[in-house]
Design a protein around this ligand. Sequence first.
Ligand code: LMR
Length: 438
Amino acid sequence: MAVAELSTSCTKTHSSQLSLSSSSSSRFSHHFRRSFRPLPTTRNPTISCSVASDQVQTPIPVQAQDLKGKSECYGVFCLTYDLQAEEETKSWKKLINIAVSGAAGMISNHLLFKIASGEVFGPNQPVALKLLGSERSIQALEGVAMELEDSLFPLLREVSIGINPYEVFQDAEWALLIGAKPRGPGMERADLLDINGQIFAEQGKALNASASPNVKVIVVGNPCNTNALICMKNAPKIPAKNFHALTRLDENRAKCQLALKAGVFYDQVSNMTIWGNHSTTQVPDFLNARIKGLPVKEVIKDHKWLEEEFTEKVQKRGGVLIKKWGRSSAASTAVSIVDAIRSLITPTPEGDWFSSGVYTNGNPYGIAEDIVFSMPCRSKGDGDYVLVKDVIFDDYLLKRIKKSEAELLAEKRCVAHLTGEGIGFCDLPEDTMLPGEM
Ligand code: LMR
């Protein structure tokens, strides 16, 4: 049921009962430079355009071909932003659709404005933002859309918000899945896996049904590796390779700690792999990482520090931040999502690589198949990646990797009911924790 939609001329005021169950198809469509009053908190909210109907100029007719495939684009709005018609925009690329879940949250609040500004996809790449929220966050989501409008980003061509993933994910070429339930007091990790797993199973189905068949999916909501696996298993039409679990924040944290210890700026640290789960079993790999092009162990002689302090610092950085902030990291997470996207759409610098949680089938390291595991990747900048072959292992590294692998295999058994592989059975290792759970 459509709740309300802003028409081109903003002459209509729709009024209907808010029905926000996920099975209903509520959506608000907001177009750039349209302004509207926020939803009042009454039982029968209305959405009104702040421009009175008699003040709106008659829309200039738009050629039918201009509207092709732009179902949410109307009259004046379309003409105003006809990329081909304007000298400064006619060389721009074709608009891309980016879906973001948890769009009213803190991480998104940093991320969306970076995407809209062109910082992520480039200065000649127009974008459409498709924002998914929840029943609880719909008012805040409207606030996000309003702030996006007020920012007058030239590249932001379209903003739509809604709570139905099947609608919001329509034609999405990127899906940045941030929204997830945080672990509450007394909640077992198995409960968290189940609750969030259900969200990601549903979103996988929605992507399968509605998104572009080659959509790239970055799962941020925790436990992100297993959520990515669940999402992938519920989206059989989308290549498994297209699913990522965000471990770029861990990579960035690891680079920062190595730079601090070595007394160099962090741009001197390269070849940083995070292996495994985005949890306290993750393995920041100092064996293959480099500082000023040299193996880390040649630059940092304190190997005990590397094995103990460094590793634990990276594993638990998220938790330390939660203690300081009173909430999870948001700005640095958003930055790391930008880094993760940019690593896929720009060629990886010669000799370097980046970390991402990806599907293990066919991996050259002997890691168990059929899980999502962070590994070193390289990209030609086409949105795809290959796994890096020339990495070395020692006993320390292998032992740590095995521990993270065992954790992910246990998580997988726990969510078998959500991946279509039978009945879930949870035998999670005792110490398995998200970076923020300490
Ligand atoms: C982080 O790494 O900062 C977060 O994943 C922490 C958490 O557990 O929410």
